[in-house]
Design a protein around this ligand. Structure first.
Ligand code: NAG
Ligand code: NAG
Ligand code: NAG
Ligand code: NAG
Ligand code: NAG
Ligand code: NAG
Ligand code: NAG
Ligand code: NAG
Ligand code: NAG
Length: 459
């Protein structure tokens, strides 16, 4: 910047005010759609998978495979919330490409180091596609619903009561470090997927699994029933007797979303009171008064500027799941929406960076761009801004098979067992693959030692 010649500086000055900054009127649907469109364009500009030589469904380094799944899920919702079809064909192609030959989001490029949490973020994308009647995938591909069912079937088979009284492990295969870790996002992810399948299909098997998972979670050290705090993870090497107490928006969001779907489906008051308590704790923890009025913050890393690539995207998931909760549990709408509105205004104010003047940073409590940029920042800003459409456009709640959802059910999908806890069956993993996974292990161990865990999946 310091070497910018005067002429260029003048040009920059001329260009920025024309293109720069996103204005948002949170009461005007046209304004919200325009802001969302600008941010979605910035988000999708990171994706080169549909270009010649690109791999459909992957984001370039440093973005892990799971985050691409999260992004396409949000883009499905972008279409439903704004009615903008611009990216539908790319999004559909990406999701189908990464289903893998068994339609279970375990494509061969990812399988050897894929975690349950990685897989479930793609299942969420597929589930959203079913719930919003996103255009069906090409014939020959499993339906959106079937792909989510495939992931459910595999994760249910990985439920492991041999330690900690149950729970899902973080990693799928025992040769990956983190196999001993039973973490919040893997278990709450499976809980939310079960809840959504229960509501969509009406099949009690899914509701029973939601109940089993939720009861196990509540009884575990991952949860404090008095304060409604949700902790990040625990190790089965000590039978899950202590937890890493780091707190993240996406863990709370996964619980809130799961409870909203299962409460909407069952009307069971236990889920509602747990939901209300966790929502209260979420609002006090992640919307601190010291960082603005009702503005979401990733409090564990944002104030120190230490959020990593994955963590920069977490606010997107809390935003998405708060929004759907406002729909599914109408009694909570008036509590939730003011927080989404204030955060959306904050996020728009932070989207005035970069050479295009509309790049989003992470500090939603400031209208001065914080100098950061990336998929996570774009995704988070887009999620919270587009969420305003639920009330502005009076959007329908996610469909079910009895309210117009057309995605075809296949309860036996994904039956090709891909599990380790009941016997290692991934015969195609070679010694070389394991060596590759071992390198990853060293990287993860650094994370354990520094007390910080994150989602991983590398290739
Ligand atoms: C990739 O998608 C973008 C945005 O929809 C589009 O402009 C471009 O033509 C696509 N590229 C290919 C090779 O399909
Ligand atoms: C798997 O990786 C290969 C080599 O990088 C690539 O050509 C292929 O498109 C990838 N497939 C998927 C589904 O990611
Ligand atoms: C491990 O924890 C589970 C659940 O709390 C408990 O039922 C089980 O008895 C414990 N096992 C051992 C060996 O302590
Ligand atoms: C409500 O849900 C809780 C948690 O899953 C379960 O323990 C309880 O049995 C359910 N109550 C009824 C009436 O189904
Ligand atoms: C489920 O959501 C719909 C749509 O908001 C709502 O009409 C219905 O009352 C909800 N059901 C429960 C049990 O809250
Ligand atoms: C959550 O907060 C609301 C509003 O402050 C309060 O009325 C409610 O009792 C709280 N619920 C729980 C379960 O703590
Ligand atoms: C925004 O949050 C930062 C911490 O990340 C804090 O230092 C600053 O005072 C906050 N600004 C406002 C206007 O609340
Ligand atoms: C939800 O709450 C917001 C903010 O209070 C309000 O504007 C909106 O009308 C409410 N939506 C419904 C469906 O009640
Ligand atoms: C309900 O789901 C279970 C588990 O996938 C499956 O075995 C059963 O066939 C399903 N029932 C119906 C009616 O689809």
């Amino acid at each position: 910047m310091r070497t910018t010649p005067p002429l260029a500086r003048v040009l920059l000055f001329l260009v920025v005010p024309l293109a720069g900054a996103i204005t948002l009127d949170d009461t005007d649907p046209a304004s919200v759609r325009a802001a969302a469109s600008t941010i979605a364009h910035g988000l999708m500009s990171y994706y080169t998978g549909n270009e010649t030589g690109g791999t459909p469904g992957n984001l370039p380094s440093p973005y892990y495979w799971w985050e691409a799944g999260a992004m396409f899920g949000e883009m499905v919702e972008y279409w439903f919330y704004t009615a903008d079809t611009t990216y539908n064909s790319e999004v559909s192609q990406a999701m189908v490409s990464q289903m893998g030959t068994d339609g279970d989001y375990m494509p061969s490029n990812q399988t050897k180091d894929e975690g349950n949490d990685d897989q479930v973020f793609w299942a969420f994308a597929s589930m959203s596609a079913a719930e919003y009647n996103f255009p069906a995938p090409p014939s020959g591909s499993p339906s959106w619903l079937a792909a989510a069912q495939a992931v459910f079937n595999q994760q249910a088979s990985r439920w492991d009561p041999t330690t900690c009284g149950g729970g899902l492990r973080w990693q799928i295969y025992s040769f990956n470090s983190g196999y001993d870790y039973k973490n919040a996002i893997s278990n709450l992810g499976f809980f939310q997927l079960s809840s959504r399948l229960a509501r969509y299909t009406g099949n009690d098997t899914y509701a029973d699994w939601a109940s089993t998972t939720w009861e196990w979670f509540k009884g575990s050290v991952l949860y404090d029933a008095d304060t409604y705090a949700i902790y990040d993870g625990t190790s089965d090497t000590t039978n899950c007797t202590s937890a890493d107490h780091t707190q993240w928006t996406y863990n709370y969001g996964a619980a809130i979303g799961g409870l909203a779907y299962i409460y909407n489906h069952t009307g069971n008051a236990t889920y509602l009171s747990d939901l209300e308590g966790i929502l209260n704790t979420t609002l006090t923890t992640f919307f601190p008064a010291s960082m603005g009025n009702k503005i979401m913050a990733e409090v564990t890393c944002q104030p120190t500027g230490n959020c990593d690539t994955d963590e920069l995207s977490f606010k997107a998931y809390l935003s998405r799941w708060l929004a759907v909760t406002a729909q599914l549990v109408p009694a909570l709408n008036s509590t939730i929406v003011p927080y989404l509105q204030a955060s959306a205004i904050g996020a728009a104010g932070q989207c005035d960076g970069g050479t295009d003047g509309v790049t989003c940073g992470q500090e939603w409590n400031s209208t001065t761009w914080d100098g950061t940029y990336g998929v996570g920042q774009q995704m988070s800003a887009l999620a919270v801004i587009q969420s305003l459409m639920i009330n502005l456009a009076d959007l329908k709640t996610p469909y079910t098979s009895s309210t117009g959802g057309t995605s075809k059910s296949d309860p036996t999908a994904g039956s090709t067992t891909k599990t380790d806890s009941s016997g290692y069956t991934l015969t195609t993993v070679t010694t070389a693959d394991r060596a590759g996974a071992g390198i990853l292990t060293a990287v993860i161990l650094v994370g354990i030692i520094s007390g910080s865990w994150w989602l991983i999946s590398s290739d």
